[in-house]
Ligand binder design. Structure first.
Ligand code: GDP
Ligand code: ZN
Length: 349
């Protein structure tokens, strides 16, 4: 074995970028124009490095190369592609262009800024459960992220079979507050098959994803909707409350009820630290109408004179609990920011 010197981050990035370039070259030389059929529409089901699985209009799936001109391609993208006259080492066509995305789900990347992870999603089902832990702050964190990208949230409480009467009362009261704000709430149990039909009804004619902490039952829900696919579920360790996942790339599934589902651990996680403070406040939908009403434009809403948010709290129009949750979010975001010293990081301030 050769002894390797540890590479600096800069060197690592160059190596990676050269590898990418080489892969692109190797992948694209095979197809000549006359070897390809006419252009047709398709949907990206899944993306693997320089390849992607395209679903044709008739539902058949073709593994394709991508033209170098396509800057980014993710699950959910609508594309223009051409089938090859014959298969070449498992590749059956070329993706030539990507249509404008209706919506895009992103994640902040330490080095590359904001990266797309899936597109053309309509709805996000925020899953929570008493096990590993139920907290409205977690629900709020996801709500802010979903509001930020302009998608429709649905809040689903899973594992209702585990609730004792006391917990049931507390959590119901909390979730009814969200219903009052205009959010859809579903109570479900994959174990006891409750709420699953209601869930399916909410998914019809839409492209949805499930998000939520590890262990709340997202895979179990996906499995209940896609019995023939069998997505891995993992036992939750009661101590750590953490499950583990094996799949990495996002994949689009068609549901029997008529909707579509995009699933992968990557799209299940939202990060918030790239959001501006103002944007976090905007993500609390009942704050919106008050946000421009404070006396000072840079109002922190924490005892500043003439604060419209504080007045709304006092008159009961904003719940104290939601405001406290907002402050907690700002706090955790501050703690989770990447170190400022990373060179080239677009989130350095
Ligand atoms: P994920 O990490 O969110 O995908 O969660 P999983 O679907 O892997 O589920 C985590 C654990 O919760 C597994 O042990 C499941 O069997 C269990 N689980 C899922 N749904 C329910 C439910 O409705 N009730 C109960 N009691 N357990 C559930
Ligand atoms: Zn204010």
């Amino acid at each position: 074995m050769t002894k390797r010197k540890k590479l600096s981050q800069g060197q690592l990035r160059r190596v990676r970028s050269n590898q990418q370039k080489r892969l692109k070259k190797e992948d694209n030389h095979q197809w000549l124009d006359e070897q390809l059929g006419s252009q047709q529409e398709g949907t990206i089901i899944s993306r693997f490095g320089q390849h992607a699985d395209v679903e044709a209009n008739d539902g058949e799936i073709f593994r394709c190369n991508m033209r170098r001109s396509i800057d980014s391609l993710v699950t959910g993208d609508e594309v223009v592609w051409r089938a090859g006259n014959e298969e070449q080492s498992g590749i059956r066509g070329v993706i030539e262009a990507r249509h404008e995305r209706r919506t895009v789900l992103t994640r902040p990347d330490f080095y590359d800024g904001i990266k797309a992870i899936a597109s053309n999603i309509d709805q996000v089902v925020i899953v929570s459960a008493v096990l590993p832990e139920f907290s409205t702050n977690i629900v709020d964190r996801y709500l802010v992220a979903v509001e930020d990208v302009g998608l429709e949230p649905v809040i689903l409480l899973n594992k209702i079979d585990l609730l004792d009467p006391e917990q049931q009362k507390i959590i119901h009261t909390q979730l009814e507050n969200y219903r009052h704000l205009g959010y859809k709430i579903i109570y479900a149990s994959t174990k006891q098959e409750q709420g699953l039909q209601e869930l399916a009804q909410h998914l019809v004619n839409k492209t949805s994803i499930f998000v939520g902490q590890s262990g709340v039952g997202k895979s179990s829900l996906v499995n209940s909707l896609l019995p023939e696919q069998s997505i891995d579920t993992k036992e939750v360790s009661e101590q750590s409350g953490l499950g583990q996942h094996t799949t990495t790339t996002a994949r689009l599934y068609h549901l029997n009820c008529g909707g579509r589902l995009i699933d992968s651990p990557g799209v299940r996680e939202f990060q918030l630290w790239h959001l501006e403070k103002e944007r976090v406040a905007w993500g609390f939908i009942e704050f919106r109408q008050w946000l421009n009403q404070c006396r000072f434009r840079d109002c922190k809403h924490q005892g500043d004179p003439g604060c419209a948010i504080q007045e709304a709290i006092e008159s009961g129009k904003i719940k104290q609990q939601r405001f406290d949750s907002y402050l907690r979010l700002l706090e955790t975001m501050e703690n989770n920011k990447p170190p400022r010293t990373i060179p080239g990081n677009k989130f350095n301030q």
